[in-house]
Design a protein around this ligand. Sequence first.
Ligand code: MSP
Length: 524
Amino acid sequence: MLLVKIGFVDKNKEKFYITTPLYYVNDVPHIGSAYTTIACDCIARYKRLRGFDVCFLTGTDEHGQKIFKSAKAQNKSPQEHCDFITGEFQKLWKLLNIEYDKFSRTTSTKHTHLVQEFFKRVYDNGDIYEGEYTGLYCEACEDFKSEKELLEGNLCPVHKQRAQDYEEKNYFFALSKYQDKLIQFLSSTPDFIQPEFRKNEVMGWIKEGLKDFPISRRSVSWGIPIPNHSGQTIYVWFDALLGYISGLIDDSNEPTIAEGIKSYWPASIHVIGKDILRFHAVYWPCMLMSASLPLPKKVFGHGFLTKDGEKMGKTTGNVIDPYELINTYSTDAIRFFFMREITFGKDGDYTKENFLNRVNSDLANNLGNLLNRTLNLVNKNFNGEINGDPSKDLLQLKSKFDSTINLYSKHMDNLEIKEALDSLWQLIDSTNKAFNDIAPWKLLKSGDIETTKCCLYETLIILRNISILTYPFIPETSVKIYKQLGYDKLDKYSEWERLGFNSLGKNIKVTVGSPVFPRLENKT
Ligand code: MSP
């Protein structure tokens, strides 16, 4: 039988470059950074399955006063501190099964070279000038703030820290010069900012008028020195954003911008939290325009996570600790919950009750039980092997199956991750229902072996497809299912080719292992 090919793209044909933000190393990773990284990993895994040539970059943002102070508080040198925290990020990504291709660090030598080259380019283009800044600065955001943006007592609305008075003679970037060009770019690239509703916010900022901003600091020593000007370092945001390009350079290659943009640049998508939208959707495109470099294709600003309906904060003590979640439950449970429960782009809430309910009902019950019941029946009554004919479609699920694959792909292509999973779980629900209605265990008792086989065979076909489609989200579980169904190895680059309502293949023998997803208990 012919395999149904659904939009398969040859490897090397189309590149897909996805980035997480480069995380500050003032502290160990928190659930916010884990959330962005999990989402990017799911998208990257999906794109790999679809045959794209994927580059997934994550990394750390290691300069600035905030990090300098954290190092001091730990009695460490800034570099020692950065190395330690970066190691913690890498460890967490391993625990969360994050398969990144590049890890970008802003304290790397190649990054320093590249930022200095970039500074010179922008300078030579006449977009950097000396000026004096008087205003307010939030160190936690590493951002200049107007009084209008702050709460009473000049408190930063995001970090609830007091913004400091700031007066310095600096180098400025002529952002205002790019106002019209940015408007032009945004109107000719309508899907640059996603989700759609975030665009209004950006248009609002632009309408207020883009202001030039300082890109150097006199009082900050922990940073990249301004080329040929002693005593000043480059402002962290004018440094960190370049990490999306420097991180692409192999250590053995020339650390130049030309080298950085040669393979995967421009980014297909920068995934970020909504709090850093201005830097990515306003500053970054203008900086790149000034340096005559290609602009990224998309910036996606996701929402914020809350816990029990409240904003998380260290001072309030209500943070979700990613390590605790992993140790108590499992990596797949965490990956699944955040992707399945929260509309990607909107704010979302974590409660332990929702977490347990969602994971138990979707994974342990709906998927896990369907798999177990099917495998047990096939194993016990047919010695693990069954032959059948997919065209019989006893469960009458073929058209539902086809539409699910189309919906799933459409949603994933639009970064509607939750919706993609919704469509998949609707198929799982329908399969459970059809399976219960046909009740193969009753058919067996009545001696109707042929209909029993038909039912089990079709369920196995659907389960095989589900194991492939769940791979981006719950890779460990998905591979276990695939193996229990009798297949060797799920090929993360090309398994998409084998999707389809088609025969299981020859000599496929299922095995009944331990439940792939045991029910989670409420552990406190
Ligand atoms: N260093 C900058 C990014 C530079 S990119 C060139 C930075 N780092 S960060 O560590 O503070 O933030 C990283 C990401 O975590 C941001 O995208 C931010 O939105 C996200 N989150 C922080 N708290 C969050 C939640 N409570 N919920 C979801 N994401 C949140 O900003």
